[in-house]
Design a protein around this ligand. Structure first.
Ligand code: FES
Length: 87
């Protein structure tokens, strides 16, 4: 059995990978999202962003209020599945 702790299961990101990115200087959730695709899977970060925020708080000695969640960017207008499936 593996000792890996998966934080973002959609993107297969482990706690170790996130901590390594923070050590490299990526110290906001937005930067971690750009670097690692954290929160960009099918659940759009519902499972992982709060866990990653806790890791970030611990590694940077910041409070949760200081670590902002990345803005959500829903589509400007609803798009039907029929539109997406058509040419
Ligand atoms: S668990 Fe990270 S995007 Fe779904």
């Amino acid at each position: 059995m593996s000792d890996k702790v998966f934080i973002c299961r959609c993107e297969d990101l482990t706690q170790e990978e996130i901590e390594q990115a923070i050590d490299e200087g990526f110290t906001t959730l937005e930067e971690l999202k750009c670097r690692l695709r954290l929160g960009m899977g099918p659940c759009q970060g519902r499972s992982c962003l709060s866990l990653a925020r806790r890791i970030l708080c611990k590694k940077t000695n910041k409070s949760t209020e200081e670590i902002k969640l990345p803005p959500s960017r829903p589509p400007e207008v609803p798009v039907s599945l029929g539109t997406l499936a058509s040419d």
